[in-house]
Design a binder for this molecule. Structure first.
Ligand SMILES: Nc1ncnc2c1ncn2[C@@H]1O[C@H](COP(=O)(O)OP(=O)(O)OP(=O)(O)O)[C@@H](O)[C@H]1O
Length: 717
């Protein structure tokens, strides 16, 4: 089989201390209809030194290469010998060698991805439990490859018998060929069994490792600080969990199975070939690289087309994703037709590119077939003349043909494999990257105040805070506030003033940059965060997020071991029991994705029940009713009022009407407490609060008012 491959480009890391955007030439086989691949592994390896030099040249102190000779047989041989060593010692170097520098900006909108190093230590940890299985798989794979080497030789002997019988017509062909045929059949059987065995074992190892990796990565991700999630996109994280682990697993399995088999077969068959005919082997060694060179050029063009085609498909998918994900907005603006047109335009673009790629692949395969057939013909022609000159027997020629095909097939596999190794290392590096991160705020550990001793007094003491992703921007500046146990304290102020940030600090989603947050006089940093969030604090947000499961399970999310009776009690307290029991399925009603089948007020009441079921001592309500209409607001407010009784409550509110009855109203401005008091006291002061009230037609949200003017000077509670 001849080379019919083209390499697919991906991007990789900074190299030699300067950020080069590299394109990894991974290999993807354009398969022939008979399932065989062409190869240009050797071509890639032959380019290894020249590509290395090209990159070294770009580094400031890099010496010049002595010369840049065209591809030679020595390059190929050197490449084959060197590549495993280079790959093992420094995968990144391989990326350099195998990549093409690309300092041009990335394709539109795609950010440059910083790739991390492959973590061999972690890989070893995942592999170690499966070493026994791996050893067995390797032995079976080597066995299958060795059997494969034997087959061409026996086939050659069989052909010899056929030729002899045709020539001399003496003796019985059946008797003479029986033993050989039986041996061949046995070898086929053994080879099939060994292949089955090592593939099953590798599949088990790969799948188990993938499960372990996903479990570890998911668990590590869940433990990360909230600041980590502020900086990362969910899609990126999901892709590490799914695509990267998948890619790594596939590469791993392929490298072991095909790598071992191909290397053994190639080495074995090359020895057989040179024993059969040194002259023919030398001709083969010259012809194959030449054809591979041509294949490389064509593959490069096809690779570019393939990348463009993939980008176009991604663009079309992006349009569909956006339209379907925002279907309500699309419907609300009657933009269905426009979205259809956009999608169609992108689809048309991707069809055009894909067809162009299809034509290219067809041409490539057509030419590969011609080249392959010419090689067979050439071997027969030259081999035939050797047979005529009695330098070779017919059987040897047959053996040579079969063995040379095996060599070519092995080269093709190795070529695919080389690209797969680079891709696998890259994917593995991405999958492993986050596994070594440790959060600055652990999920658990520290003191847990016993429930009976818990008063629920909260103090913010001279707190300063900047979000980790915006270190230069101070959201809270010397913020001091006390929430006495059992009181309702409302936090109001203009949008973006830092109210939600205060709640996040109380939940210990972040730690203050300076100052401290205290619960019953204890610094939150000394308390067990899981105890704090799981038992002490209840949080009700503006947009409750429900899970797409039953109402019962959603409420129980607040306390996993809650009995049914506790769930019903929490639902009653949250004014939710009646609407739940009015559904035919009652508490077993599935609420749909993120609670899509419920109204805003119903979702909010379930969220309240979920927060109340753990009987929290401290309750945070972050604009819990601001997204509701007046009717729903009343029902929810009733529930909130009931839930507030006997608890320390921090209410964050846009609508001032909802906080009038709070024990304290705290007005925030400029990252500090500006003024505080009861509704009446603050009105009397004629300060910011009074101005807010004036500016707000009591039921309209603060966001619709112009920004408040803040006078000089401030006062903390
Ligand atoms: N995760 C975050 N990372 C970086 N900055 C943030 C983050 N969350 C909020 N901010 C910034 O912190 C400031 C305070 O935001 P915060 O949400 O606390 O205000 P708020 O008073 O609750 O606003 P609103 O009333 O509109 O909800 C804003 O300038 C906001 O842009």
């Amino acid at each position: 089989m001849l080379a019919h491959l083209f390499r697919v480009g991906t991007r990789c890391s900074p190299v030699l201390g300067r950020p080069l955007l590299l394109r990894i030439h991974t290999s993807a086989a354009v398969r022939r209809s008979d399932g065989h691949h062409g190869s240009y592994l050797l071509s890639s390896l032959a380019q290894l030194p020249s590509q290395l030099w090209r990159h070294l040249l770009r580094a400031p102190q890099a010496p010049r290469p002595p010369s840049r000779s065209p591809l030679s047989a020595w390059h190929w041989i050197g490449g084959v010998l060197l590549s495993p060593v280079v790959l093992r010692k420094c995968p990144r170097l391989c990326l350099v060698a195998h990549c093409e520098a690309e300092e041009a900006p990335p394709p539109h909108g795609r950010p440059r991805v910083e790739e991390s190093c492959f973590n061999w230590k972690l890989f070893w940890q995942f592999l170690r439990p499966h070493l026994l299985l791996l050893g067995a798989a390797i032995v079976l794979a080597l066995g299958a490859a060795l059997v494969n080497v034997q087959i061409p030789l026996l086939l050659g002997q069989l052909v010899e018998i056929v030729a002899k019988y045709t020539r001399e017509r003496v003796g019985s062909f059946i008797t003479e060929s029986r033993n050989l045929s039986v041996r061949l059949l046995l070898l086929y059987g053994v080879q099939g069994l060994l292949t089955f065995g090592y593939l099953v074992l590798l599949s088990q190892i790969g799948e188990r490792m993938a499960v372990d990796m996903r479990r570890t990565l998911f668990s590590t991700l869940l433990q990360q600080d909230i600041a980590f999630f502020d900086a990362k996109k969910t899609g990126q994280l999901m892709s590490r969990l799914t695509t990267d682990v998948q890619e790594f697993k596939s590469s791993f399995k392929l490298v072991i199975s095909q790598g071992l088999r191909s290397c053994t077969q190639m080495a074995g068959c090359l020895v057989s070939l040179s024993m059969l005919s040194t002259r023919l082997t030398l001709i083969l060694m010259v012809a194959t690289p030449t054809l591979m060179g041509v294949g490389t050029l064509m593959g490069s063009a096809l690779r570019k087309l393939s990348r463009q085609s993939q980008e176009q498909i991604a663009k079309a998918a992006g349009v569909a994703d956006e339209a379907l994900g925002n279907v309500r907005t699309v419907r609300a603006f009657a933009m269905e037709h426009r979205e259809e047109e956009r999608y169609e335009a992108e689809l048309e673009g991707s069809r055009w590119k894909a067809e162009e790629l299809g034509r290219g692949i067809a041409l490539f395969q057509g030419l590969s077939n011609i080249a392959f057939n010419c090689m067979v013909l050439g071997t027969l022609f030259i081999g035939g003349s050797l047979v005529a000159g009695q330098q070779l027997t017919g059987g040897d020629l047959m053996s040579f043909l079969v063995a040379s095909q095996t060599v070519q097939r092995s080269m093709a596999n190795l070529s695919v494999l080389f690209g797969q190794v680079v891709r696998g290392l890259s994917a593995g590096a991405r999958a492993f990257e986050y596994m070594t991160l440790s959060p600055s705020i652990p999920l658990s550990g520290g003191f847990c105040i016993p429930k009976e001793d818990l008063l629920g007094a909260v103090t913010f003491q001279n707190v300063r805070f900047s979000y980790p992703c915006r270190p230069g921007f101070e959201v809270l500046k010397d913020f001091t506030l006390t929430l006495p146990p059992g009181t309702v304290v409302a936090l109001v102020g203009q949008s973006g003033g830092g109210k939600t940030t205060v709640a996040s600090l109380l939940e210990r989603f972040y730690d203050p940059t300076a100052g401290a947050v205290l619960l019953d006089g204890r610094d939150l940093r000394t308390l067990d965060p899981s105890c704090l969030r799981g038992q002490v604090i209840g949080f009700i947000s503006q947009e409750p997020v429900l899970f797409g499961t039953t109402i019962m399970e959603n409420i129980r999310f607040g306390k996993l071991d809650a009995s049914d009776a506790e769930v019903y009690a929490a639902a009653r307290e949250a004014n939710a029991h009646n609407f739940i029991t009015s559904f035919p399925e009652g508490y077993d009603t599935i609420v749909g994705e993120r609670g899509a089948t419920l109204s805003g007020g119903q979702k909010q009441r379930l969220a309240i029940a979920r927060a109340l079921i753990k009987q929290p001592r401290v309750l945070i309500m972050d604009e819990a009713t601001s997204a509701l209409d007046t009717e729903s607001e009343q029902v929810v407010q009733e529930a909130l009022d009931r839930a507030s009784t006997g608890r320390t409550v921090l209410v964050i509110a846009h609508r001032l009407s909802t906080v009038r009855r709070a024990h304290h109203i705290v007005v925030m401005a400029d990252g500090r407490v500006w003024e505080s008091g009861t509704h009446e006291e603050l009105l009397k002061k004629q300060g910011l609060y009074a101005e807010l009230i004036r500016r707000q037609a009591l039921d309209s949200p603060l966001t619709s008012t112009p920004p408040l003017r803040v006078r000089k000077g401030h006062r903390n509670l």
